[in-house]
Write a protein of this length. Structure first.
Length: 184
């Protein structure tokens, strides 16, 4: 049985360029993404252009919109660490994220794993921070920083896809609003 070959016609270039903070140690690659945008081929895979640069806030944004939209990526152990040991720095990040039009925290875990990290797959757990304290902090920050939305889509791959779709949706809304304003 021969492997299926991929042709250029099966790919579409993403209309946005994702900005990735140069300090991000394990950045998403955004391979095998599919678009939600009209005219981007529906089931075609996207070629997502990525530019590494210094981002003042967040780990991901869109080139040209870095001060308007941002995504902060968190592994589960990093979430516990930043809420526990680096809380002041992390809360300062939230204040900057909340100053944007919209922002997100994308956790590489499920909400069940956030509330019970010892059940997380393949994670050796060392935090002394109580899960109910972490979840309580998240709830408090959801209220305190209403422009920062929290997502826990599951694993790293789901968080990568969620990050791209969040940025793409923002890009779509901004451009549709600009077209509507132009028609007036």
């Amino acid at each position: 049985m021969r492997a299926k070959t991929t042709t250029a016609a099966e790919f579409t270039l993403s209309p946005l360029v994702v900005a990735v903070d140069q300090r991000e140690k394990a950045p998403f690659s955004f391979t095998e993404m599919k678009s939600i945008l009209k005219g981007c081929g529906g089931e075609r895979r996207l070629v997502v252009r990525v530019e590494r640069k210094f981002l003042q806030t967040g780990d991901y944004s869109i080139i040209g919109y870095e001060d308007r939209v941002g995504v902060e990526r968190k592994e589960l152990s990093d979430l516990y660490s930043t809420i526990g040991q680096n809380r002041e720095r992390f809360e300062a990040e939230f204040e900057r994220l909340n100053a944007m039009e919209v922002a997100a925290v994308m956790i590489e875990a499920t909400w069940g794993e956030v509330q019970n990290p010892t059940a997380a797959r393949g994670l050796e757990w060392r935090s002394k921070l109580l899960p109910k304290s972490v979840f309580g902090t998240i709830q408090q920050w959801i209220i305190r920083y209403p422009r920062v939305h929290w997502f826990a889509p599951g694993d790293r791959r789901a968080a990568e896809k969620g990050t791209y779709l969040f940025l793409e949706r923002y890009y779509r809304e901004v451009n549709e609003n600009a077209r509507r304003e132009k028609r007036k």
